[in-house]
Ligand binder design. Structure first.
Ligand SMILES: [Mn+2]
Length: 335
């Protein structure tokens, strides 16, 4: 059985419906990769496509974004490809309704539940539940029991999640999730599970549960924050056999991210702009640029509008206040 697994598409990210300013928007990059993944599913002739959650960027989603997300799914379903969707934390564990939910090939983990799928004599059971927002360490076994996997059947058991799991690594500084109330422990996966596919962690990685079950994070489909600047983005193609599961990571095109730090001793607008322009000369045209002010005064001298004028339109630029003692927490880049 061939499967395509992806997650964290965050559709609607920088995609204003009525933009007040005209500038390049990053939202299109997310939709482009989303479509690329759906096209790949058809080209590769996969039997199933799994979305590990955070389909959307937020819970209040404009109707045009919902339409743009759901519309391209129908031709994929019509090809006979089964879809399994996990509601993530960004959609508040609930996806906006669509007639697609009634399509016989569309399977939504709107509550703890399971679906059976048989392909060429291979029996599989797909279980899952929406993102558990709090106390997942306690809630996980309860939800898993409600899924109703058979622990001693012929069928392969595949669990689909959108959670942080102990040992997962994120960010440019390799923050590692430790066991905690809001993290699933590596020892909490029963050995009757053959495979775990999860969204939520934006860096792609493969781990093992204590009992040896592969746990795969596909990561996000584009960079949602600077913490992801060093990461390769993509999705997984899996080949599931009766006694062997193989996976292969496929990368997606992404835009490079850069940061410029302004020296605090520069307090002349034109010199600051020249410094920035010189700094961007060697950068690719489509760079996503973060400019960190050296002193508060820089925020009075420069605005995002001024910076956009000084730089190529193909770049995205953002001005940030001087670095202060900000706590390094995982929520900023794992969700
Ligand atoms: Mn996410």
């Amino acid at each position: 059985m061939k499967v395509l697994f992806f997650a964290d598409s965050h559709l609607g990210f920088d995609f204003p419906i009525r933009p007040r300013i005209h500038r390049r928007r990053r939202g299109w990059d997310f939709f482009k990769n989303y479509q690329l993944i759906l096209d790949t599913a058809i080209e590769e002739g996969v039997h199933a496509l799994v979305h590990g959650g955070d389909v959307f960027f937020r819970s209040k989603i404009p109707v045009p974004v919902i339409q743009k997300a759901y519309e391209p799914l129908l031709p994929v379903l019509e090809q006979g490809i089964h879809m399994f969707f996990v509601p993530g934390n960004h959609e508040r564990s609930r996806l906006p309704a669509t007639p697609l939910f009634h399509h016989s090939n569309f399977h939504l983990f709107d509550r703890p539940r399971s679906f059976s799928l048989e392909v060429d004599d291979l029996e599989t059971t797909w279980g899952g539940f929406p993102n558990i927002r709090r106390h997942v360490q306690n809630e996980f076994p309860v939800h898993l029991a409600q899924v109703g996997f058979e622990s001693e059947g012929q069928s392969l058991n595949i669990l689909c999640l959108h959670q942080a799991i102990e040992g997962a690594v994120v960010g440019a500084q390799n923050y590692t999730f430790r066991k905690g109330p809001d993290v699933v422990g590596k020892g909490q996966f029963p050995d009757y599970l053959n495979l775990v596919l999860s969204g939520h962690i934006h860096r792609q990685q493969v781990m093992r549960s204590v009992s040896g079950t592969p746990i795969i994070y596909s990561g996000s489909i584009e960079r949602t924050s600077y913490a992801e600047r060093l990461e390769t983005k993509g999705f997984y193609i899996l080949n599931i056999l009766k006694d062997d599961i193989r996976w292969e990571f496929r990368s997606l095109p992404t835009r490079p991210m850069y940061e410029i730090k302004l020296p605090g001793n520069l307090t002349d607008r034109s010199i600051l702009l020249r410094t920035i322009q010189e700094g961007t000369e060697t950068m690719p045209e489509d760079a996503i640029l973060r400019i960190r002010s050296g002193v508060d005064r820089h925020l009075e001298l420069l605005t995002n509008a001024v910076l956009r004028k000084a730089l190529p339109e193909s770049m995205n630029v953002e001005l940030l206040p001087p670095i202060t003692k900000t706590a390094y927490t995982w929520t900023a880049y794992s969700d």
